[in-house]
Design a protein around this ligand. Structure first.
Ligand code: SF4
Ligand code: SF4
Length: 66
């Protein structure tokens, strides 16, 4: 089953990945990362491996696995 891994400590919490995900399986988390941002987090729901999140992330934080 496809899934993603988000490098939380690189994330700046811009929310672009949250907005672009067609299946709504990414959210902004509730704890601060090492940079002081609320980082994006994978909710564990259904990822289709469309790659939209990985392509839009300006900081290359997201890896997609098929
Ligand atoms: S690869 Fe596509 S479906 Fe999976 S989390 Fe990213 S945007 Fe969402
Ligand atoms: S697009 Fe990248 S930097 Fe922005 S919230 Fe998502 S993972 Fe973080």
């Amino acid at each position: 089953m496809p899934m993603i891994a988000i490098n939380e400590d690189r994330c700046k919490g811009c929310g672009l990945c949250v907005r672009v995900c067609p299946t709504h399986v990414i959210e902004i988390g509730k704890h601060l990362n090492v940079k002081g941002f609320y980082a994006a987090a994978y909710t564990g729901g259904k990822c289709t491996a469309c790659k939209a999140c990985g392509l839009i992330c300006p900081d290359i934080c997201i890896e997609i696995f098929k």
